[in-house]
Design a protein around this ligand. Structure first.
Ligand SMILES: CC(=O)N[C@H]1[C@@H](OP(=O)(O)OP(=O)(O)OC[C@H]2O[C@@H](n3ccc(=O)[nH]c3=O)[C@H](O)[C@@H]2O)O[C@H](CO)[C@@H](O)[C@@H]1O
Ligand SMILES: C=C(OP(=O)(O)O)C(=O)O
Length: 430
């Protein structure tokens, strides 16, 4: 198993290209199931999750051609995927694959909408809470799907097709919004989704669906009005930049000090996080090429943070913010309101000398004057990268084990950081 070795203490200076967003690329790839025509996606990041979803889609009969493996400095432009689901040959999404990645469960809506039947394993994903799928199932039932659960599989049927309806979510869910939005694109008539997730990745999928011929009002708001179609066309769409990768590198610069241009980043997708980052004493400026983050000399000020659905502070940056706060000049309070078990990084950060106390959904982080390198264990995707940030700040060597979690969501992380001066390398298992 690969490990990541970091010798902390260096500042970060230079440019980091921001890749296409994992959490948009995945549902966009799934949207290919809705049409017999070709869907071309540009700026797809090369990640373990993308490759796993490609296998799942191929299993359903999607033909995938990849081009754009660029060498050299333009590599960050990502790959171009051409996906064609002319015939869906298998409507089962098997446990072995779906249990390894949350987003693969979102094939459910498109498969029932197009084929009238789907057998999809209950999902897995990062172990950050119980992560039920009741909202997904209620939404699809409202569109007329008949749903049973048997042997760990959701068995959904709608032999006469789905019919548009009003779906009011009792809680904001990114995944349930994707599932219902994708299904509604091929449902008869109008679907109204209320209390929809407003995350930019949902907006990106809705934009792509409009290119495929679906009329959608309210993109970017919590009310989506979708006019379904009997069939959809192909389209060409570019995946939006990854705001979580953006926020992670911004927090790394805040942690290490330095001056880095996050090339291609969009500040508007991350306003809440950048506002808080500025309160820590880090400067954030917009440029034509992206977002520039600088912290020179001054200390790290403590902050109070509460995770919220978009446009609030993202839960996917909570662990990284906590890593930064371990070195703040005082006590910070971080409350996690989205997932009940997203604190696995706390005990690993403690190995490096962090002083963090947990009380229910709230962590109190008492800033320490220094961290010291140690061997640590990656437990989930964003927790792993919080250990990278802590390792970059720590004195001496930190070795992060189980880095396969990182490879799910960060493209060429070591390369991007080492080009900016970090002393970080991957040690292959051999
Ligand atoms: C692949 C992807 O895009 N994953 C993201 C997605 O996950 P995911 O789509 O799984 O997260 P949700 O937005 O659905 O979850 C939000 C909350 O709703 C709850 N819930 C969700 C569905 C449901 O049927 N019932 C229910 O109670 C969850 O347990 C959680 O407490 O959004 C999360 C919240 O921004 C991010 O952390 C994940 O990175
Ligand atoms: C939690 C995440 O992924 P998943 O929903 O696939 O577990 C994430 O991207 O931070």
């Amino acid at each position: 198993m690969d490990r990541i070795k970091i010798e902390g203490g260096n500042s970060l200076n230079g440019e980091i290209p921001i890749s296409g967003a994992k959490n948009a690329a995945l549902p966009l790839m799934i949207a290919s199931l809705l049409t017999a025509d070709r869907l071309t996606l540009k700026n797809v990041p090369n990640l373990a999750d993308v490759n796993l979803l490609a296998r799942i889609l191929r299993n359903h009969g999607v033909d995938l051609a990849v081009d754009g493996k660029r060498a050299g400095p333009a590599m960050h432009l990502g790959e171009t995927f051409h996906l064609t689901a002319r015939d869906i040959v298998d409507t089962t999404a098997p446990y072995e694959m779906v249990s390894r990645m949350r987003a693969s469960f979102w094939v459910l809506g498109p498969l029932i909408a197009r084929m009238g039947v789907a057998h999809v394993s209950l999902p897995g994903g990062c172990a950050i809470g119980t992560r039920p799928v009741d909202l997904h199932l209620e939404g699809l039932k409202a569109l007329g799907a008949d749903i049973d659960i048997d042997g760990g599989y959701v068995i959904a049927k709608a032999p006469k097709g789905l019919v548009g309806n009003r779906v009011t979510f009792s809680k904001v869910s990114v995944g349930a919004t994707h599932n219902v939005l994708l299904a509604a694109a091929l449902a008869k008539g109008e679907t109204l989704i209320e209390n929809a997730a407003r995350e930019p990745e949902v907006g990106d999928v809705a934009e792509c669906l409009t290119k495929m011929g679906v009329k959608i009002e309210g993109i970017g708001s919590s009310t989506l009005r979708i006019q379904g179609r009997d069939s959809l066309e192909g389209a060409v769409h570019t995946v939006l930049p990854d705001r979580i990768e953006t926020g992670t590198f911004a927090l790394a610069v805040a942690a290490c000090g330095g001056d880095v241009l996050l090339n291609g980043a969009r500040r508007s997708d991350l306003s809440a996080a950048f506002d808080i980052l500025q309160k820590t004493g880090t400067h954030v400026t917009d440029t034509n090429e992206g977002v520039r983050v600088t912290r020179n000399g001054g200390g790290i000020e403590p902050v109070t943070v509460e995770t919220q659905p978009f446009p609030g502070f993202p839960t996917d940056l909570q662990a990284q913010m906590m890593a930064l706060m371990t070195r703040a000049n005082g006590t910070s309070v971080i409350r996690e309101t989205i997932f009940e078990n997203r604190f696995m990084h706390v005990q690993e950060l403690a190995r490096l000398g962090a002083d963090i106390r947990l009380h229910g959904d709230t962590a109190t982080v008492v800033g320490v004057s220094g961290l010291r390198g140690a061997p640590v264990m990656a437990t989930d995707l964003r927790a792993s990268v919080s250990l990278v940030i802590a390792g970059l700040m720590a004195e001496g060597e930190t070795v992060i084990n189980r880095v396969y979690h990182l490879d799910r969501g960060f493209e060429r992380l070591e390369e991007k950081l080492s080009r900016c001066g970090a002393n970080i390398e991957r040690v292959s298992a051999g």
